[in-house]
Design a binder for this molecule. Structure first.
Ligand SMILES: [Zn+2]
Length: 113
């Protein structure tokens, strides 16, 4: 067991895998690169008000610009605190993450398929 090797934020991106084919994305919360299949895609959906609602896109089918997030409430919190969604999705103003939060809560923290 390598144990907890998270010493630096940048250090983790150097991981080598036997399968380099898997596309990588960066989580907007913890900023760790991971396999695309392990991350949840989130897209912005313009709401009736000025507030933009984020919606989870587990199948990766929704059009538009997407942000990638670990299906983890910690990462969601981090992303919110940093306003990472607004930055990743080029949004201005408040962003409503309730739908994503609910999605993660429903998934129970496990990796749904
Ligand atoms: Zn993350």
């Amino acid at each position: 067991m390598p144990g907890d090797a998270r010493l630096t934020e940048a250090g983790r991106s150097v991981r080598r895998s036997a399968r380099p084919a898997a596309p990588q994305r960066t989580c907007v919360g913890c900023r760790v690169r991971d396999d695309r299949s392990r991350l949840l895609r989130v897209v912005a959906e313009p709401g009736p008000a000025t507030e933009v609602a984020l919606v989870p896109d587990p199948r990766g089918r929704l059009p538009g610009r997407g942000a990638w997030l670990h299906p983890d409430l910690d990462c969601l919190d981090l992303a919110e605190r940093r306003r990472a969604f607004a930055r990743a999705l080029r949004l201005q103003g408040p962003v409503d993450t309730a739908a994503v939060r609910e999605h993660l809560a429903t998934a129970g923290g496990t990796q749904g398929r």
